[in-house]
Design a protein around this ligand. Structure first.
Ligand SMILES: *[C@@H]1O[C@H](CO)[C@@H](O)[C@H](O)[C@H]1NC(C)=O
Length: 182
């Protein structure tokens, strides 16, 4: 299972569009953005993601901010044999709502959010072999609802992606322990 981790992290986070102008939520408030979000839908052209997307279930991400403004993202990812967690740290960039993780050449922008209901996050990943771009729909409640999904779908082509790269992640229910019990 440990061997699956890098691909899971990639599947979720390998998201890139080099040189593109990606908007960021105006007046972004880290304080209001922090907390627990459900990952309701993901669209990405990352090949690892595209291979796995039909098996992916909704997961939870918990965002917190360091005193100096860096973003800490904890992910709890449901797997058939347990719930795997991992953590990523992004550095604050010059612009509020825009973060980078230099080592992996990752770039994360909060494109838009109302803080209490939804957020749309854009991620880029630049790698030697493959660069990829992606969008995530985060929701405070597990159900995204048709209007949010529609809004999300409309953004997909504007980021150079297509609808067949979209995964609306089904509910994972209760996380199971490693013996597979509920
Ligand atoms: C993903 O899309 C971006 C933007 O269109 C492009 O630069 C990148 O090469 C694409 N990556 C893959 C793996 O198709």
């Amino acid at each position: 299972m440990t061997a699956m981790l890098p691909s899971l992290a990639l599947a979720l986070l390998c998201l890139l569009r080099a040189g593109a102008e990606v908007p960021v939520q105006q007046g972004f408030s880290a304080e209001k953005f922090a907390g627990r979000w459900h990952i309701a839908a993901v669209a990405s052209n990352c090949s690892v993601f595209l291979k796995m997307k039909d098996e992916m279930k909704s997961s939870i991400t918990t965002i917190s901010f360091m005193p100096e403004g860096d973003l800490d993202m904890k992910l709890a990812w449901p797997l058939p044999d347990g719930c795997q967690t991992f953590e990523l740290l992004f550095q604050q960039s010059g612009e509020a709502g825009h973060y980078t993780a230099a080592e992996d050449r990752r770039d994360l922008r909060v494109m838009e959010t109302d803080y209490s209901g939804y957020a749309i996050v854009h991620e880029l990943q630049r790698k030697e072999q493959e660069s990829s771009t992606g969008l995530q729909l985060l929701t405070r409640e597990q159900d995204a609802g048709p209007q949010l999904l529609q809004k999300f779908k409309e953004l997909i082509p504007t980021m150079g992606l297509t609808e067949d790269m979209l995964a609306i992640l089904p509910k994972s229910g209760e996380h199971r322990d490693s013996a597979g019990r509920a």
